[in-house]
Design a protein around this ligand. Structure first.
Ligand code: V47
Ligand code: SF4
Length: 380
């Protein structure tokens, strides 16, 4: 079906309000939608309508491609000085028996397990403890690079950076430069949670503020480097808070163009202090992906993290604006399984990822962390 046909069907639907028609016109003409229009989409946009718009934007930006990579995680510790109430992972220092704390040698052993295997990225993030300071991470990154220089190190969120820089008494600029010189290649999107202060204070009080999170990414981008962004949604935030979060990311991206992908993270309520908060439905997940795709017109990629939402929802999301499903993971992360996610041992072979994508008639593309194409599966 051509875009014009889809547009005609949409515009002639009697259920569409004048506002929804106006927003659709803007999207099809490549115009940016406003804050109020974003909130209106959350309030009134039906799944099928949002899917048409998000898929239009997605295919304009990324054709039929779905990106993935070959990655694994290293989680240095699950002990944390912070006590985010959504976190099923953190074990306070007093509950140490349930925690782990890896030394540099233990992490190098994990890295060396992948010797001779085709992996392109190691994702390193976890809890925050005094012992794992700036010097610890610089030494770790240097060791990884001297062992395997081509392995891309995607590591540390502004939560960790803010803490280790403060402790080392260096500015953000100095700290980021030290990490870059040690071998840090890019930053993951974690720690963003929700930027609105009143909600952030309730669920993630004490860790870096929204302004600090954004500042660290801005400094990193100004050094010519790239990163991702996330949003933890589906807990006690409102639709306005979600759009406020997207708006702040869109503004920073206008300034730096350093974000690669936006990754909405669905709140999971297992084993944490917010277990009484119900999880949102899959329909709401898909609406949230779609609105993120429509709103973030300056982000190239929207990622569905399959380890968190499960393979089936990840497949569905590919019709609601998503063009990336993260990577092979190899059962190396615990953060979601501990919070009750479907995937208790997240691990997919490249072949399984390719099948997941082709089953829903999309074209798999293996990428590296910075979206350079490693293998386009439409080309033999
Ligand atoms: O910041 C923690 C989230 C994030 C829960 O950049 C939870 O490619 C839901 O950022 N329910 C860390 N979410 C993970 C992350 C990430 C993951 C995959 C890829 C990338 C990337 C980044 O996990 C935390 C927090 O927002 N989180 N607990 C929970 N109960
Ligand atoms: Fe610590 Fe991160 Fe868990 Fe917050 S989400 S308690 S910062 S590990």
């Amino acid at each position: 079906m051509s875009v014009n046909n889809i547009q005609d069907i949409l515009f002639n639907s009697p259920q569409l309000t004048t506002e929804l028609k106006k927003i659709a016109e803007k999207v099809f003409q490549g115009e940016r939608i406003s804050f109020d229009e974003g909130v209106y989409l959350f309030e009134k946009g039906e799944l099928s309508y949002l899917g048409v718009l998000a898929n239009y934007v997605r295919e304009k930006k990324n054709k039929n491609y779905v990106f993935f990579n070959r990655n694994f995680h290293v989680e240095p510790t699950n002990i944390c000085v912070y006590t985010c109430s959504f976190c099923a992972y953190s074990r306070l220092i007093k509950q140490r028996e349930e925690g782990w704390e890896l030394s540099i040698d233990q992490m190098m052993e994990i890295i060396k397990k992948y010797d001779g295997q085709h992996v392109t990225e190691v994702h390193i993030t976890g809890g925050v403890i005094p012992k794992q300071d700036l010097n610890f991470y610089s030494t770790l990154f240097k060791s990884i690079k001297s062992h395997r220089p081509e392995l891309h190190i995607k590591a540390l969120t502004p939560v960790e950076c803010h803490y280790i820089f403060k402790k080392a008494k260096v500015t953000y600029e100095e700290g980021m430069q030290i990490l870059k010189d040690a071998g840090l290649d890019s930053m993951p999107g974690g720690g963003a949670e929700i930027f609105d202060k009143s909600i952030r204070d309730q669920i993630a009080g004490g860790k870096c503020s929204a302004e600090e999170w954004l500042k660290i990414h801005e400094i990193w981008h100004n050094m010519g480097m790239q990163s991702n962004a996330t949003m933890l949604y589906g807990h006690i935030e409102t639709f306005e808070h979600r759009i406020d979060h997207l708006e702040r990311l869109r503004k920073l991206q206008d300034k730096t163009n350093g974000f690669n992908a936006f990754i909405p993270l669905k709140f999971r309520n297992g084993n944490n202090e917010m277990s009484h908060v119900p999880e949102v439905s899959v329909i709401e997940d898909l609406r949230n992906y779609a609105i993120s795709r429509i709103y973030l017109d300056n982000f190239d990629h929207i990622k569905a993290y399959w380890a968190m939402i499960g393979r089936n929802t990840a497949q569905l999301s590919l019709n609601f604006g998503v063009d990336d499903i993260d990577g092979t993971i190899d059962d190396t992360t615990k953060i979601y399984s501990m919070a009750g996610a479907e995937e208790q041992s997240p691990k997919l072979t490249t072949q399984q990822l390719v099948e997941l994508i082709t089953q829903v008639r999309r074209t798999p593309v293996e990428r590296d962390t910075l979206y350079n194409i490693v293998k386009d599966y439409s080309v033999n």
